[in-house]
Ligand binder design. Structure first.
Ligand code: PEP
Length: 263
């Protein structure tokens, strides 16, 4: 039986003071159940304070990205040992926004190449995180154009095969995969529940082909893309959807607490 997981991706929102206020409100709002794992992923600068405030709580802290080298001349980057030392238990990897694939584009499209994540860098990042005992939350998903061209399953299969290349199956036992259709991220458009379940089941089959079906059965596959309290219960009731990766709705502690409640 896989334990449900609800992770909040706070993206580039909140100063450390705002994050602290949000965490305090979250702790008051969440009705803790042993059946659900909870994670919040603040920006790097908010991680230390968030870890301190959640020290006695069941809510874990994650990062939104990582650089794969442990240290060195990599200006502006943050390594997995640094995340570990700061108290991170999880880290999002390969989010569509770091891949330059935006559901809602809020910058000039001439600047999108700044976000240059590839399946290869995702693979390197997963290795760096596993070495530190940090659980990767690997994001995969198709764009609107890819969906319209019936490429959804092929795109996700390639993302998974490249991201998980070269690992021993035992190393990946705690891996979390999030199905995040790019067109549903921050757009308010949610994938139909039946289609989200179909893709999450397909993801589990592909993972089974890569690391074996017995390992794949234990991997948690989340759905992400405009999850809110009103649609969470239906999504999380599906047999292959083990919880959610929540962006916008995780910024509101009461809404996030209600989504956790749905899980
Ligand atoms: C996300 O960014 O991972 C996400 C799912 O965002 P939102 O819930 O805002 O669509």
């Amino acid at each position: 039986m896989r334990k449900k997981l609800v992770a909040g991706n706070w993206k580039m929102n909140m100063t450390a003071a705002e994050a602290a206020a949000t965490v305090e409100s979250l702790v008051e709002s969440i009705d803790y159940r042993d059946s659900v794992d909870m994670v919040v992923c603040p920006s790097y600068l908010c991680i230390p304070k968030t870890v301190e405030l959640l020290h006695d709580s069941h809510i874990k802290v994650g990062a939104q990205d990582v650089f794969w080298m442990p240290k060195g001349a990599f200006t502006g980057k943050v390594s997995a040992p640094m995340l570990k030392a700061a108290g991170c238990a999880y880290c999002i990897v390969g989010h569509s926004e770091t891949r330059g694939r935006f559901g809602k584009l809020e910058i000039a499209d001439t600047a999108v190449s700044h976000f240059s994540e590839t399946d290869h860098t995702v693979n390197l990042k997963i290795a760096a995180l596993l070495e530190q005992g940090i659980v990767p939350i690997l994001c995969v998903g198709e764009s609107q154009v890819e969906r319209e061209n019936n490429m959804t399953d092929a795109v996700i299969t390639t993302q998974l095969e490249k991201a998980l290349d070269g690992f021993d199956p035992d190393e990946l036992d705690d891996l979390v995969v999030a199905y995040e259709p790019v067109w549903a991220i921050g757009t308010g458009k949610t994938c139909e529940t039946a289609e989200a379940e179909r893709v999450c089941a397909m993801i589990r089959i592909v993972i089974g082909e890569i690391i074996g079906t017995s390992h794949a059965k234990g991997i948690r596959v989340l759905y992400g893309g405009s999850v809110k309290a009103s649609n969470a219960h239906e999504l999380f009731s599906q047999p292959n959807i083990d919880g959610g990766l929540v962006g916008g709705a995780s910024l509101d502690p009461k809404e996030f607490a209600a989504i956790v409640g749905a899980a």
